[in-house]
Design a protein around this ligand. Structure first.
Ligand SMILES: [Zn+2]
Ligand SMILES: [Zn+2]
Length: 141
């Protein structure tokens, strides 16, 4: 990871495949992780999803806000209703926090996940050879 780039003053930009939903952040994320849960896998159409976590007010929408799907009682998953890109995650029990997909950044190299969650459902054939901490379910502190 480029340490010069990774400082708290860095702003990030990204958006969906068609450009209808564009966001900008006012800071770097306070956390970033791989999620291997089945909900993320199916929702994004990918065997793992890399997420980055912000305070809600640190994320600004420059164009449209993504449409949201209620994937469970508390979880809302944001997507573009034109191109289908999976963009966001939020938990209504934690309204101060907002999560964006690292893959939707204009430059996904700027944010590197540092831990894995829900590795109990990581696919058998996927080998990720890193030293990051692994949590079988959600993160436990
Ligand atoms: Zn789109
Ligand atoms: Zn997940």
């Amino acid at each position: 990871m480029n340490k010069e780039i990774m400082n708290n003053k860095t702003q990030l930009q990204g958006g969906c495949l068609c450009g209808k939903n564009r966001y900008r952040t006012t800071t770097m994320p306070f956390a970033a992780e791989y999620c291997h849960c089945r909900m993320c896998q199916i929702s994004a159409g990918a065997v793992t999803v890399c997420w980055m976590d912000f305070k809600q007010e640190q994320v600004k929408w420059e164009t449209h806000k993504p449409k949201e799907f209620e994937s469970s009682e508390y979880v809302r998953r944001g997507f573009c209703d034109t191109c289908g890109s999976s963009l966001t995650f939020r938990d209504t029990r934690h309204p101060d926090y907002f999560t964006l997909s690292i893959a939707t950044l204009d430059n996904p190299n700027l944010v590197q996940p540092t831990y894995h969650i829900y590795t109990e459902s990581q696919v058998d054939w996927l080998t990720i050879d890193d030293k990051c901490k692994r949590y079988p379910k959600g993160q436990t502190k």
